[in-house]
Design a binder for this molecule. Sequence first.
Ligand code: NDP
Ligand code: 8X3
Length: 252
Amino acid sequence: MKKIAMITGATSGIGEASAHIFAKNNYNLIITGRREDRLLKLAEELESSYNASVLPLTFDVRNLEEVKAAVESLNDEWQQIDVLLNNAGLSVGLDPIQEGNFDDWETMIDTNVKGLLYVTRLVSPLMIKRQQGHIINLGSIAGKETYANGNVYCATKHAVDSLNKAMRIDLLPYNIKVTAINPGAVETEFSIVRFKGDEVRAKNVYNGFEPLSATDIADAIYYVASLPAHVNINDLTIMPTAQASTVYWNKK
Ligand code: NDP
Ligand code: 8X3
């Protein structure tokens, strides 16, 4: 029987690339996100390219009722989730704390922290029932360091760093692995979202150096998920070679 991976935020970037690599490696997939058109298109691609069974579930991770309804809709077969990739997340705005936009703050906290918690709270009991599973959380170098104007985004990723450790402790008795993947700059739709659709400003973030690609991170995610049962990577920080930290760059 094929294993099952559930990937939140599969409509773009790291989540979408991860869906491809897991499907290519014989997983069936639950893919989620808010943009249903993209989810359905991805489901079709994964089914035809890799012969995977794919269940698209459209929901907003910020909405507890929607998350509950989605997880409760899973039949016995789809409840056998082997890997949960808590990937849905975003940064909105890049303002100093004294000028921060309240709505942006709510969006980041609700998505990156509360959304990740909602999904984990509802999916982890399914793993506990089977005494197996692997939760992989998308943290960030922003969860290890803090940079100018990154305030609330960095705080949410520091929270993910802490929750990652907490999950590993609480889920230890149930044989459930917990891993954080902490990337530096990855060129996805991340900066377009951060700069609210300003594609020129977003592109500029990646000028003068080679950023990571979504596939670079997806490969690492699949690697940690494919290790033997007794091996767990707790925490993996992955940077572009040209980025030593959130402040030190080798830009041409
Ligand atoms: P993208 O913007 O390309 O993808 C983000 C994904 O998150 C989309 O599929 C989006 O789907 C989903 N998402 C956002 N908000 C919600 C929501 N409320 N409910 C459900 N899904 C949501 O960015 P990345 O692929 O780069 O980001 C993926 C993760 O990686 C994030 O957690 C990000 O913080 C983290 N990360 C990114 C880095 C980078 O430099 N790109 C570096 C370090 C970490 P939809 O809009 O359809 O809902
Ligand atoms: C995204 C990377 O450096 O913009 O988490 O915070 S960074």
